[in-house]
Design a binder for this molecule. Structure first.
Ligand SMILES: [Fe+2]
Ligand SMILES: [Fe+2]
Length: 317
């Protein structure tokens, strides 16, 4: 959908949800194709460019089958992450809008869109899990522990005082929903196994609407916060945005071990990924829409907030 089309849609809605949402219109199946083996000779499970460690010389030397196994691990991990994120984080965030937990009045159409979005995420979790189960069975992938990021996001809520939790939940959803569309868009530019491509593409089309909606709700909420609440929200945003781009080192080591790498080689393979500069770089390129929404809400007109985000290396001062 183009920016121009977005502009004509009423605010705080998901547009023509009945005729556009995957859960309403996409009756595709998500079974792996019969000619999977043939497809894998020219297609990938996941784009190598989005698994930076796959480009490492040690992985290259190990051959295509090993790289493919790492990509399968990565995809299952990404889909398990998505399934948990949709239920435990995004939909919990959406509940704060639907059930009046935030300290602002919620217009009728904003509430309706939130209820629709909740339904979308339930469907995304369903098809993400369906594909993950098939790939896990195919390769015998048994390492399905919750991704560390989910635990960190939930721990952040635990560490927040009960009064401030609705705001923290909302912001967790806002950041996630403004980064996922960009991530899916980038991923679906590559030639992937057809089922995976179809699933990610259907997900992406919904997320483009979600990103726009959450950006608008964020601006609405921000304009209603007082100075103390803004300080709190800005601090939370800095922390939350950082969390969404942290690597999961223990999982990376386990994934490489399952593909036959010794620990020393694995550490060499992921070394670049763990550098602090690499983290800030991932934030800068991945959270573009989040920062745009914050800028549109005039958040960065405040010198202090701008300075804090600049010092973290997240934006240009
Ligand atoms: Fe989703
Ligand atoms: Fe979403």
């Amino acid at each position: 959908m183009t920016g121009a089309t977005f502009m004509q849609l009423p605010r705080y809605t998901l547009g023509d949800w009945d005729n556009k949402a995957a859960v309403r219109t996409r009756r595709d199946h998500y079974r792996l194709p019969d000619d999977l083996e043939q497809q894998l000779s020219i297609r990938d499970w996941f784009p190598p460019a989005f698994i930076p460690y796959v480009e490492h010389p040690l992985v290259h030397r190990a051959g295509r089958a090993v790289a493919q196994r790492l990509a399968a691990n990565h995809l299952v991990y990404f889909l398990d992450y998505t399934t948990l994120l949709e239920h435990r984080v995004v939909n919990r965030s959406v509940e704060t809008i639907v059930h009046g937990e935030l300290a602002v009045p919620i217009p009728g159409q904003m509430k309706t869109a939130a209820l629709q979005l909740y339904t979308d995420e339930g469907y995304h979790a369903l098809f993400s899990n369906e594909v993950a189960e098939q790939i896990a069975a195919l390769y015998g992938i048994e390492d399905r522990q919750p991704p560390r990021r989910i635990n960190r996001l939930l721990a952040m809520i635990e560490a927040t005082s009960p009064t401030d939790r609705p705001l923290a939940w909302f912001l967790l959803g806002f950041v996630s929903e403004t980064i996922i569309a960009r991530e899916l868009l980038a991923v679906t530019r590559h030639t992937l196994v057809c089922t995976v491509y179809r699933m990610l593409r259907n997900h992406l089309e919904d997320e483009a609407r979600h990103s726009r909606y959450f950006s608008q709700v964020f601006q609405y909420l921000w304009s209603a916060l007082d100075a103390t609440q803004r300080d709190l929200a800005a601090g939370m945003l800095l922390r939350i945005i950082g969390l969404y781009f942290e690597p999961d080192e223990p999982w990376l080591l386990r994934s490489l071990a399952s593909a036959g790498f010794e620990e020393q080689s694995s550490r060499q393979i992921i070394f670049a990924l763990l550098q602090p500069g690499a983290h800030a770089q991932r934030v800068r390129s991945g959270a573009v829409s989040t920062f745009t929404a914050m800028r549109n809400a005039s958040l960065f007109d405040n010198d202090h907030y701008r300075m804090v985000f600049t010092q973290a290396g997240f934006i240009d001062g």
